[in-house]
Design a protein around this ligand. Structure first.
Ligand SMILES: Nc1ncnc2c1ncn2[C@@H]1O[C@H](COP(=O)(O)OP(=O)(O)O)[C@@H](O)[C@H]1O
Ligand SMILES: [Mg+2]
Length: 367
């Protein structure tokens, strides 16, 4: 649909708000944010509530003025251009369709505002309703269709004017879990088919991993890490990122014997081993080892003694909490071959040392 997709580039963007009554100074909702979205790409901003995701999106849309910094859509610097001149489409959590208008009229609305001819409007709306597979509901009102269908109408409405960029602010968070999973796949398919550059906000890590070309992890107005879901999962820079994407045990090593060039020799759970280290680790500063639950393998030849503290069955996997060298560690077993193990059993495990990672200890309170 878009002949030539354009990218988005944000350079050193800052947005401050006055702090609340009891505090002095300012809150940095965006704290020197630099990022780029390539043409046709879907990039997700992922982070806990209050980290500045919506603020960032609203500055791209033009509803909020940055304190400083630049926003480029294509090669146009837009930070002083009003929202309706930016050619940006938006889809929010409360997608608020017009209740008194049919599906057709809801979708056609943006084109009517542009004074497009009737015949062309009809053609375009028809096309987009087909693309979204809602052409059979054209004459219904929003309260006569399901939540998922309403979502499609909202998306149709956002893309019909052929915006350069589509912004999503937690668009699926009002749907129940099953529909949310289904809709995120649909949304991704449509985004790819239309080839529209998208910036997508969510606090749901699995949603981010499912739909994104690139994920950007945010905390307190700052970007912590950007990359593909796989890069971030396998090589998080710090404990916050590791804990926010996927599950992880964080175990203090008994000692760090050496640290250089992205490798560390550590003593962990009573054994010496060489593991990867984040570039943020510093000699002499406290650190932790990330152990993903799936990187602990139960095996009769295992080098570590463990005792099963608790056990739960989740279908695709069994989760054990293990006592290893006095530490409580979560393990996920996808093999099903250990289903007969019982709480209290003494077993042996191995660690997938290639997947372990030394990270700087995160001693901040906030998440
Ligand atoms: N209009 C505003 N006035 C004052 N503070 C605000 C305003 N909007 C957002 N904030 C603050 O900016 C920070 C980021 O908020 P927001 O962008 O809504 O986060 P998110 O969307 O990630 O939950 C929060 O600390 C929030 O309280
Ligand atoms: Mg928000």
């Amino acid at each position: 649909m878009n002949n030539e997709a354009v990218g988005v580039e944000i350079r050193d963007l800052v947005k401050t708000f006055p702090a609340f009554d009891d505090k002095k100074g300012e809150v940095y909702a965006a704290n020197h944010v630099t990022l780029s979205v390539q043409p046709g790409e879907l990039v997700t901003l992922l982070g806990p509530s209050g980290c500045g995701k919506t603020t960032l999106l609203r500055m791209v849309a033009g509803f909020l003025m940055p304190t400083s910094g630049e926003i480029f859509i294509g090669n146009r610097e837009v930070s002083k251009i009003p929202p309706n001149k930016r050619n940006v489409g938006m889809m929010f959590q409360s997608y608020a369709l017009f209740p008194h208008m049919t599906v057709y009229d809801n979708v056609a609305y943006g084109l009517k505002l542009k004074h497009m001819g009737k015949t062309e409007i009809r053609e375009r709306v028809k096309g987009i309703l087909q693309l979204m597979q809602i052409e059979n509901y054209a004459s219904r009102f929003p309260n006569e269709i399901s939540g998922g269908q309403q979502q499609r109408v909202a998306l149709a409405r956002a893309v019909i004017t052929e915006p350069n960029v589509l912004l999503f602010d937690e668009p699926l968070s009002n749907l129940d879990a099953k529909l949310r999973e289904y809709m995120r796949e649909e949304l991704r398919k449509i985004q790819k088919r239309v080839g529209i550059t998208s910036l997508y906000v969510t606090h749901d890590q699995s949603e981010a991993m499912a739909i994104s070309d690139k994920v950007i992890i945010m905390r307190s107005g700052k970007i912590e890490q950007a990359g593909t879901a796989m890069e971030i999962y396998a090589r998080p820079k710090n404990q916050f990122v590791a804990g926010f994407i996927g599950k992880a045990n964080f175990v203090r090593p008994d000692s760090v014997l050496s640290l250089s060039g992205g490798k560390a020799e550590v003593e962990l759970l009573g054994r010496r081993m060489t593991i990867d280290a984040s570039e943020e680790c510093r000699n002499g500063e406290p650190c932790v080892v990330m152990i993903r639950p799936e990187d602990i393998k139960i095996s009769p030849e295992g080098k570590f003694k463990a005792r099963i503290i608790s056990k739960a069955y989740f279908g695709q996997y069994i989760r054990h909490f293990l006592d290893i060298a006095g530490q409580e560690i979560e393990q996920m077993d996808f093999t099903q071959s250990n289903a007969a193990l019982q709480v209290g059993d003494e077993i042996a495990v191995n660690l997938v040392t290639d997947s372990l990672r030394l990270l700087p200890l995160d001693d901040t309170e906030e998440t």
